[in-house]
Design a protein around this ligand. Structure first.
Ligand code: ADP
Length: 443
């Protein structure tokens, strides 16, 4: 009904003019009409002036309240202005949120215009490439020739991986994406860790192939000789013995690889069972005695309460690896002592030998897969180079650690450290007194 309200003042002015013409005179009616027109023109001008004033700064100023016939129109305009302001505020808040999220990304992001000038970048890119100001060419900040030719080319599928001066020792992949005809996005991602893992994987495959090739070549060679040459029975037996030994080495290697793979693939800590550690030590000790065949003296020093919470198969495998190494790396008449005691609040299971010992520079690398101090000696004694890596993994899964002390030519002590929460104070029902140091027992 706005049109009715708009017409009402004009209609009233005309009715008054008609009454004046009929009752007073035409001149009076004409004067009245002129006056009414002037009043309306002034009012319209005032409203226009106020609207004009508002329209100069519509976001800062409130819409004027003019009343009369204009008010419903302005109310509608006010509603539109309000919703427009609200959606703008919401958009700004969302944009701010997006900026903050993008700024927290570890990857550097740079938006480039069609001339490869920096339009925008996040904090990470700012720090990585030292971007200052916007609108400057990207090659002012990244000057490496490999990247410049990648940027100038049209195939972005092979991004360069480069070191950056801002992060010494690390490697970054700088990958370009076309976001539309006029813009590109540069993502700088730290690939150091991935490159390290890739190198480890390559090394691992190369090592495994190498380890397998040696016994396979020996087995093939001796089998061929046995087939081709008319050998004496004694020599035949010798060659068959070598074939058997090499196939056992391969079997051990495969078993160790499978053990390592299963330890690495299961992230959950092992099931904690009550394990009689002293009984386990004695059982493994008996195996070691058989392997030593009288060449070494094996003693026990079992002083801690016998029970612990551990995965029995894993703990036994860790002890076995250490004890067998002690036998293999100790000369005849060597002494080996297996100890189990509490130090501080930790359980320490140590295997001490009077063997060949290890030079200090090798100690930090001993638990790496396939790391050996003396490759030939390890192989000759049937080693796979994986034993200590397996032990380390097992201890980590138990929340403990493997400690190694050694002195070249004098001997070594390998200690499995179990944390306090894996120890049980009470003695095992079948165990003897827990704090008894056993006398040296000949092998
Ligand atoms: P391997 O199967 O070669 O013994 P390990 O992982 O068990 O592999 O041990 C890695 C290396 O650590 C061995 O090759 C050997 O050089 C050294 N090592 C391990 N135990 C002893 C020890 N008790 N005395 C001297 N050296 C040892």
């Amino acid at each position: 009904m706005i049109w009715l309200r708009a017409l009402a003042p004009t209609a009233i002015a005309l009715i008054i003019a008609a009454l004046l013409a009929g009752l007073v005179s035409d001149t009076m009616a004409a004067r009245w009409l002129a006056l009414a027109l002037v009043i309306q023109a002034v009012m319209v001008t005032l409203v226009m002036a106020r609207l004009h004033f508002w329209a100069a700064l519509p976001r800062q100023r409130e819409l004027p309240q003019v009343g009369g016939v204009w008010q419903p129109l302005l109310d509608r305009l006010a509603r539109f202005v309000k919703t427009d302001r609200e959606s703008r505020e919401q958009l700004a808040a969302e944009l701010e949120q997006l900026h903050r999220a993008v700024d927290r990304l570890p990857d550097g992001l740079i938006v480039l215009d069609r001339y490869d000038h920096v339009q925008w970048c996040n904090n990470a890119a700012l720090e990585l490439h030292g971007i200052v100001g916007s609108g400057r060419p990207l090659h002012h900040f990244i000057r490496q020739p490999e990247f410049v030719s990648y940027l100038d080319g049209s195939d972005y599928s092979r991004p360069p991986v480069l070191p950056l001066a801002s992060r010494p020792g690390r490697l970054f992949e700088l990958r370009l994406h076309r976001s539309d005809d006029n813009h590109k996005l540069l993502i700088s991602r730290d690939l150091t860790e991935q490159a390290r893992l890739d190198a480890m994987r390559r090394d691992f495959v190369a090592n495994v192939s190498h380890e397998i090739r040696t016994p396979v070549t020996a087995i093939g060679g001796f089998a061929e000789t046995l087939l081709d040459l008319p050998l004496e029975p004694a020599q035949q037996r010798e060659y068959l013995g070598i074939i058997l030994k090499q196939s056992q080495t391969m079997q051990r290697l495969v078993e160790d690889l499978l053990t390592l793979a299963s330890l690495e693939s299961s992230t959950a800590p092992p099931e904690a069972e009550r394990v009689d550690v002293t009984a386990m030590i004695r059982a493994v000790g008996a195996e070691a005695k058989a392997l030593s065949n009288g060449r070494h003296t094996l003693t026990y020093r079992l002083e801690a309460p016998p029970l612990a919470l551990a995965a029995p198969v894993e703990l036994e495998s860790a002890i076995r690896n250490l004890v067998i190494n002690a036998v293999r790396y100790s000369p005849n008449q060597g002494r080996i002592e297996i100890g189990w005691r509490i130090v501080g609040n930790e359980g320490c299971l140590s295997v001490m030998d009077s063997g060949i010992g290890i030079a200090p520079e090798h100690l930090p690398r001993l638990t790496e897969r396939f790391y050996r101090v003396d490759r030939g000696r390890s192989r000759d004694s049937g080693g796979t180079g994986l034993g200590l890596a397996i032990v380390k993994h097992i201890m980590q899964r138990h929340g403990g650690q493997l400690r190694i002390e050694s002195s070249l030519g004098k001997g070594s002590t390998f200690t499995l450290v179990l944390p306090a929460n894996r120890l049980i104070a009470e003695p095992a029902p079948t165990a003897q007194s827990p704090a008894v140091t056993e006398p040296a027992a000949g092998s």
